[in-house]
Design a protein around this ligand. Structure first.
Ligand code: NAI
Ligand code: MG
Length: 499
């Protein structure tokens, strides 16, 4: 690992947005202060300095935003044709393509992902918007046979469900918000978004841009605020039809509780503790960087991070040596440093949480081979942490069972494939996972054996909206991507027509 810190400043456009005195809520196409006048601050995790002041929305603000979304849902927006919604999504893609750098800088400063990572994410965003533009013209029902006497025609229609509550985490809101916005615009729904306290700015900025591009007022609203207040008010709101949530399993449970008020259907993408299985038959030239970045990308703050790296015993030493070598090449630095591969973690509490797991791992008897500490020197004011590796980890240890959500990789040795599959499955979670082997039969045995929503073979972390990804067990339910994604945004109506 190498580190760098010089002083970095955003370009003029991002700076102009960031220098607003207070970032207001975005409701019914307008910036409005929180009704209470309360504010909260968000910090730049590279510097530890306050970056911006945000409106702290409360339940009255959520009420106001939900009313706006409901009015928009039944207003002129409901008469837009699929072609018009598709064209809107295409225009949005073109404008975001042009203005992406401003959003990259806002996101980098707000949540700490390095600009290199964010710039690379542009093509994924463009694919997502193309995918949802396609969905707009692919919402179809069926004509069905029936056994009803007489002449009765039967069919199903698929219709937009109404107001979607979108509760967004801090680990990648710039791209992540479009899983919701894209589907809302494709389906004809409307939404109230509640971004995370620590990273709301890219969601607020995108809402403004969407309206400049022609999204009607009230279709996309943003209420910033705390999860306990604004988030809970949204999840419990009787006039919100469905919730799309990504975040921790614990908060997912609270949202399930809150949703019972009107039996909301939920799309939940929750935590993970994914197993990345490196077999003796793996090509280590690919497996070493692949498994490393499967954990360290975004400083470990990815739901499907492959944090349990299961390595077949004969190659443990060789794998470990090469992993440590690869880690020497990782540059940790300020999120605006174009050379940095890794930025800080999101906040002081998150850093404290991740560091506490270093102590937990040591106490449990795992051996810390690398990292394990906060970085000082020029990076000392930010929440920077050295990428860290534990070896000799057993699957019973807390560091192998609980989501750490930081740059901490655990190596768990295994003897044969059955054991690897058993270890992989001995987890509360089931979100991601991978196998590295040049033997396709071996790879397919693992793919079939592991109980998880997404499996990669000889790669890690590819997501394409056409294919999608999802979770099982405590990692949640409801597809992201693929045509099934739209199920959260549509309902089915069975029609019986006496002719
Ligand atoms: P969180 O799950 O509490 O936050 C995610 C979103 O939910 C935020 O917008 C938050 O404001 C909102 N929220 C919080 N409480 C809520 C409630 N009662 N009702 C409605 N919305 C609520 O995650 P947090 O606290 O930011 O991070 C804690 C841990 O969660 C992390 O250390 C990590 O382990 C995990 N996490 C996992 C993510 C994933 O993608 N799997 C994403 C973010 C966090
Ligand atoms: Mg922030």
């Amino acid at each position: 690992m190498t580190t760098t810190q010089q002083s970095f400043a955003p370009d003029e456009q991002a700076q102009q947005f960031l220098s607003r005195e207070v970032h207001h809520l975005f409701v019914d196409g307008e910036l409005v202060p929180a009704s209470s006048g309360q504010t909260m601050t968000t910090v730049n995790p590279s510097s530890g300095q306050v970056l911006a002041t945000l409106a702290a929305g409360e339940s009255t603000d959520v009420d106001r935003a939900v009313s706006a979304a409901r009015r928009a849902f039944t207003g002129p927006w409901s008469r837009w044709t699929p072609y018009e919604r598709q064209a809107l999504l295409t225009r949005i893609a073109a404008v975001l393509d042009e203005r992406f750098e401003e959003l990259v800088e806002i996101e980098a400063l707000d949540m700490g992902a390095p600009v290199s990572r964010l710039r690379n994410s542009k093509s994924a965003l463009m694919k997502m918007l193309a995918f949802f533009a396609g969905q707009a013209t692919n919402i179809t029902g069926e004509t069905l046979p029936n056994g009803i006497p007489g002449n009765v025609a039967t069919m199903t229609l698929r219709a937009p469900v109404g107001v979607i509550g979108g509760i967004i985490p801090w680990n990648g809101p710039l791209g992540g918000q479009f899983w919701i916005i894209g589907a809302v615009l494709a389906s004809g729904c409307t939404t109230v978004l509640k971004p995370a306290e620590d990273a709301s700015l890219s969601v607020l900025r995108v809402a403004e841009i969407l309206h400049e591009v022609g999204v009607p007022a009230g279709v996309v609203n943003v209420v910033t605020g705390t999860g306990a207040v604004a988030g809970n008010a949204l999840a419990a709101h009787p006039d919100v039809d469905r919730i799309a949530f990504t975040g921790s399993t614990e908060t997912g449970r609270r949202i399930i509780e809150a949703s019972k008020v009107n039996i909301k259907k939920l799309q939940l993408e929750l935590g993970g503790k994914s197993a990345d299985i490196v077999c003796s038959s793996a090509d280590l030239n690919a497996a070493v960087p692949g498994a490393a970045m499967g954990v360290f990308a975004n400083s470990g703050q990815i739901c499907f991070a492959g944090t349990r790296v299961l390595v077949q015993r004969p190659i443990v030493d060789q794998f470990t040596e090469r992993l440590l070598e690869f880690m020497e090449t990782l540059r940790v630095g300020h999120s605006l440093d174009a050379q940095a591969a890794l930025g800080p973690v999101i906040s002081q509490p998150q850093l404290d949480k991740v560091l506490s797991y270093i102590d937990i791992g040591r106490d449990e008897g795992a051996e810390l081979l690398s990292g394990g500490e906060r970085l000082g020197g020029e990076l000392g004011d930010g929440y920077f942490m050295a990428p860290s590796v534990f070896s000799g980890v057993t699957n019973q240890m807390r560091i192998a069972r609980e989501e750490i959500f930081g740059p901490v990789l655990s190596i768990l040795p295994f003897d044969d494939l059955d054991e690897a599959i058993a270890i992989a499955n001995d987890s509360d979670f089931g979100l991601g996972g991978a196998v590295w082997s040049q033997n396709l039969s071996t790879a397919m045995r693992v793919v079939n054996g592991v109980h998880t929503g997404t499996m990669w073979v000889n790669c890690y972390g590819y997501i394409d909206p056409l294919v999608g990804f999802g979770g099982t067990k405590l990692s949640g339910y409801g597809a992201k991507g693929s045509a099934a994604h739209m199920d959260t945004y549509l309902y089915t109506k069975c029609v019986y027509m006496q002719l």
